[in-house]
Design a protein around this ligand. Structure first.
Ligand SMILES: [Zn+2]
Length: 172
């Protein structure tokens, strides 16, 4: 497997954590690959393939592939989540179940969108914080909590440009 260049030296891999506006004023998410690579790239962390603007799971071809790091693995490496779910007011006895709910939502989401992954699930001071590599997954976890704790949870969505904060407040 031939790596033609070190991804960290590539101009598109400069560490930019926040969306930037390009010359046309369009917001660009630094974790979305802008480059149009002619061949096939493979993530050297999770082995996801990238071709024609799409990330997918599969078997790399035998011909030369270029090594890269996919947007999800870069977010994990940089500890830069695209989504955060903050859980407030829940009983600590619920946290194990909530971890299971988050994993379920992830496995469904990931089947279709391989860049949507859980990062961390951290409990501190009776609260829990779940971080994700995709805003879609954070929203999905919030909605799953709303269904599970019907009438007991209020959701608040904050943030823009691909970085989403979901606040799930339990009325206990
Ligand atoms: Zn990866």
């Amino acid at each position: 497997m031939g790596a033609h260049q070190n991804p960290s030296q590539h101009p598109h891999h400069q560490p930019q954590r926040h969306p930037q506006r390009d010359q046309t004023g369009t917001l660009r998410d630094p974790y979305v690959e802008q480059k149009k690579a002619p061949g096939i790239e493979v993530c050297q962390v999770c082995a996801l393939l990238h071709h024609a603007g799409r990330w997918y799971e599969g078997t790399p071809p035998l011909e030369d592939v270029e090594l890269t790091i996919c947007p999800a693995c870069r977010r994990v490496r940089d500890r830069a989540p695209a989504g955060t779910v903050r859980l407030r007011g829940f009983s600590p006895g619920h946290f194990e179940e909530i971890r299971g709910i988050a994993r379920n939502v992830e496995s469904k989401e990931r089947a279709e969108h391989p860049l949507e992954r859980l990062m961390e699930m951290v409990e501190t001071n009776g609260e829990m914080r779940v971080t994700t590599t995709g805003a879609h997954l954070a929203r999905g976890i919030g909605e799953a909590l709303r269904r599970r704790f019907r009438g007991e949870v209020s959701l608040r969505y904050l943030g823009e440009a691909g970085e989403l904060q979901v606040e799930a407040q339990h009325r206990s």
